[in-house]
Design a protein around this ligand. Structure first.
Ligand code: AMP
Length: 287
């Protein structure tokens, strides 16, 4: 079996309209391709929830703030299609940049609050690009459900805020971060790590889990975070962009774990930027 591929909004709408006539529910899983087990876990969850599942593959130029990062992004459409076919996804939507942003395109969707700080502080314009493309994908597909990974936790919060604020009739479902056996969160960027970097990489989640645990047990915030930063750097990471404790729902800065929280990190290993996050709560670590 193969998965049908559509490349235009018009074709997409025709397929979805047919499904709707037969009363089917529809889920969408937005991705930038180079699919790995993290993405596939979202597709499996979507297949459990809805009768028809659309996976979108669009490397959104508006959310890249570095031309080199965009150019280096892997393009693996045929392998992605084969993986989706084996899972039983119903449609792969692969618009090109012209289809998404035709000449004259002039609208930007911007979500304040949750998009500020963390990645928002280090990747100017990134979350406007995400919000704009996600709003378009929701309106283009008209899906009932959309699936997102907790791996990109700030993005998840932004998407929830977006649909609430714009009254988009879609339910956002989030799925836990899928990790390698050594704890490293799956990411298409992991392929850029050299073998030496790959051995260092899992130190990031291990410090993150340990630090979240210490904070949950009442460890002092500033000291604990400073020690964690030092541990990440001494493992061989080049730079820690941020390591912050934020509220689980509102992403507001927190000074202690007195309610459910997330510990979020972004760090550079050589030329590769890795992000991760872990849940922590006053009752101990759960993720
Ligand atoms: P991307 O293709 O990187 O834009 O990611 C598409 C979706 O897959 C987003 O909702 C991500 O949060 C999710 N995702 C990426 N990596 C993982 C992972 N390791 N575990 C769970 N979800 C993930």
């Amino acid at each position: 079996m193969s998965v049908p591929i559509v490349r235009t909004v018009a074709e997409l709408r025709t397929v979805v309209a047919g499904w709707r006539r037969s009363g089917a529910s529809v889920a969408v899983v937005p991705t930038m391709g180079a699919l790995h087990e993290g993405h596939l876990s979202l597709v499996r969850a979507a297949l459990q929830k809805a009768e028809r599942v659309i996976v979108t593959l669009f490397v959104n130029p508006k959310q890249f703030n570095s031309a080199a990062d965009l150019a280096a992004y892997p393009q693996t459409e045929s392998q992605d299609a084969a993986k989706l076919a084996s899972l039983g996804a119903h449609l792969l939507y692969v618009p090109d940049a012209e289809e998404m942003y035709p000449p004259g395109f002039a609208t930007t969707v911007s979500v304040s609050g949750v998009s500020e700080g963390l990645c928002g502080a280090f990747r100017p314009g990134h979350f406007d690009g995400v919000a704009t493309v996600v709003a378009k994908l929701f309106l283009q597909t008209g899906a009932d459900f959309a699936f997102f990974g907790e791996k990109d936790f700030q993005q998840l919060r932004l998407v929830k805020r977006l649909v609430q604020d714009l009254d988009i009739p879609i339910t956002i479902v989030h799925c836990p971060t899928v990790r390698e056996g050594d704890g490293l969160a799956l990411s298409s960027r992991n392929a850029r790590l050299s073998p030496a970097e790959r051995t260092i990489a899992p130190k990031l989640p291990s410090v993150l889990f340990e630090t979240a645990d210490r904070l949950a047990r009442g460890g002092p915030l500033l000291e604990t975070l400073a020690e964690a930063r030092a541990a990440i750097l001494s493992a061989g990471y080049r730079e820690v962009e941020y390591l912050e404790l934020r509220g689980e729902v509102d992403l507001q800065p927190m000074t202690s774990v007195h309610r459910p929280a997330r510990l979020l990190v972004a760090a550079w290993l050589g030329d590769t930027r890795l992000i991760d996050n872990v849940r922590t709560s006053p009752f101990g670590l759960t993720n």
